[in-house]
Write a protein that binds this ligand. Structure first.
Ligand code: PLP
Length: 381
C-alpha cells in the first residue's frame, strides 16, 4: 500500500468508526470522507462525482457493469447480444458466461499474436440487438493495451447509422498509474478499477458509470451509492482509494518511463542469458510494468516455486491442479504453441522496483532454469 493511503484510512478503523448513513457526528465525518474520496476518484478519471461508485473490487465492478447494463438494456427491449473478448480476466469471462446462462448471446472476439483485439472484428460482430461491448483496456497477463477509444468511435458511428446505442464497458484494472485514464477521451460508458492495483487496500474497487447509462444494481438493500450499490460503505477502503488514485495519477509519464526501462533491461537480460527463452505479447503499445516470458521445455509452476525459494515472486499464467493442467486462455487466444504457453511466467514490476532487484533476478534466473532443465523435473511432457 502507498504510505499516504494507509495513513489516511487508519483513523476510519480506529477513532472515527461512524456509519456514513448515521446522522450523528461520527457518521457525518465518515460521509464527508466518502464524498471527498469520490471527488478525488472523479477528478482522476475526468468523471462527475455522481458517476463514481465504490465497490468491493474489480470483480464486483466488472460483474455489476456487464450484467447490470445488459439486463437493463434487455428489459428496455434493446436486445440480448453481448460482445466481449476471449482474453478478458476471468471476472469478465465468467460474467459473460453467466449472461449466456441467462439467455444472452455472447460473441467472444479473438486477438492477434501480440494480444490485440481487432476493431474491424468488433465492428463486424455488431448487430441491431447488441446491447453491451466489454473490452479490457490492458491485459493482465501480457500487458497489451486495447484500442478502446477506437472501439468507442465505431460504436458512435453504429449508433448514428442505426439509431441503436451499444454500451461500452472496459476493465481498466491494470492501468492506473501506468497510463492516463480519462473516461471522456476513452468514450466509455462504464469502467472498472480495483484499488489494490494502485496502492490502496485489497477488497475495494471503483465502478465508473456514465450518467444515464441503463443499469440494474447487482446488490439490493439500502440506498447507498446513489441507489446503485447497496450495503454499508467500506469507509476506510474508500478513503485509501481516493488518496491512492490521486498519487497514482501524478507523474505517470516519469514512472512509466523509469519502469519501462527496468522492464526492458530484465527482458533483454533474460533473452540474452537464458537459452530457449521467448517473450509473449506486444513490446510496444503495452503496459510498462509487465513481462511475460516462456522457457522452452519447462513447466512454469516448477519455475515459480524455484524462484519463490530464492525470494522472487512471479506468477504463472497456467493453472495446475492435481491431474488437470489448464494453459493460459490468453496465450492460447494469441496462438502461442501449447508447449511454449506451459513454460510461461509473468513478472510484474512496481513503482518501488529497483535496478538492484532486476540484477538479482538476472543473476538467479539463468541458473534456476538450467538446474530444472538438467534435473529433467521441469520438463513438459
Ligand atoms: N481484471 C483484471 C484485468 C485483473 O488483473 C484483476 C485482478 O488481478 C481483476 C479484474 C479482478 O480484480 P479483483 O481481484 O480486485 O476483484
Amino acid at each position: 500500500m502507498r504510505a499516504a493511503a494507509r495513513e489516511a484510512m487508519l483513523p476510519f478503523l480506529e477513532g472515527v468508526f461512524g456509519n456514513p448513513s448515521g446522522l450523528y457526528a461520527a457518521g457525518r465525518i465518515a460521509q464527508e470522507a466518502v464524498d471527498e474520496a469520490r471527488g478525488r476518484v472523479a477528478a482522476a478519471l475526468n468523471a462527475r462525482t455522481s458517476e463514481v461508485l465504490f465497490t468491493s473490487g474489480g470483480t464486483e465492478s466488472i460483474n455489476a457493469a456487464m450484467t447490470g447494463i445488459a439486463v437493463a438494456m434487455r428489459r428496455a427491449g434493446a436486445g440480448n447480444h453481448v460482445i466481449t473478448t476471449a482474453i478478458e480476466h476471468h471476472a469478465g469471462l465468467h460474467a459473460a458466461q453467466f449472461l449466456e446462462g441467462q439467455g444472452f448471446d455472447v460473441t467472444y472476439l479473438g486477438c492477434d499474436a501480440s494480444g490485440r483485439v481487432s476493431v474491424a472484428e468488433l465492428e463486424g460482430a455488431l448487430r441491431p440487438e447488441t446491447v453491451v461491448a466489454s473490452v479490457m483496456l490492458a491485459n493482465n497477463e501480457v500487458g497489451t493495451v486495447q484500442p478502446v477509444a477506437q472501439i468507442a468511435g465505431v460504436l458512435r458511428e453504429f449508433a448514428a447509422a442505426h439509431g441503436h446505442r451499444v454500451m461500452l464497458h472496459t476493465d481498466a484494472v491494470q492501468t492506473p498509474g501506468w497510463m492516463p485514464l480519462d473516461v471522456y477521451a476513452l468514450g466509455v460508458d462504464a469502467l472498472s478499477l480495483s484499488s489494490h492495483k494502485f496502492g490502496a487496500a485489497k477488497g475495494s474497487g471503483v465502478l465508473y458509470l456514465r450518467r444515464a447509462t441503463p443499469f440494474l444494481p447487482l446488490l439490493h438493500g439500502g440506498g447507498q451509492e446513489m441507489q446503485k450499490r447497496a450495503g454499508t460503505e467500506n469507509v476506510a477502503g474508500i478513503v485509501a482509494t481516493g488518496v491512492a488514485i490521486e498519487a497514482a495519477t501524478r507523474d505517470i509519464g516519469q514512472r512509466a518511463l523509469r519502469v519501462r526501462a527496468l522492464r526492458n533491461q530484465l527482458r533483454d537480460g533474460i533473452l540474452a542469458g537464458v537459452p530457449g527463452s521467448a517473450t509473449n505479447g506486444c513490446q510496444d503499445d503495452c503496459l510498462p510494468n509487465n513481462l511475460n516470458i516462456s522457457f522452452r521445455g519447462l513447466e512454469s509452476d516448477l519455475l515459480v516455486a524455484a524462484l519463490d525459494a530464492r525470494g522472487i515472486a512471479v506468477s504463472s499464467g497456467s493453472a495446475c491442479s492435481n491431474s488437470t493442467w489448464e494453459p493460459s486462455h490468453v496465450l492460447m487466444a494469441m496462438g502461442v504453441p501449447i508447449r511454449q504457453a506451459a513454460g510461461s511466467i509473468r513478472f510484474s514490476l512496481g513503482e518501488s522496483t529497483t535496478p538492484a532487484e532486476i540484477e538479482a533476478v538476472l543473476t538467479v534466473l539463468p541458473s534456476e532454469v538450467e538446474r530444472l532443465r538438467s534435473d529433467g523435473v521441469g520438463r513438459v511432457a
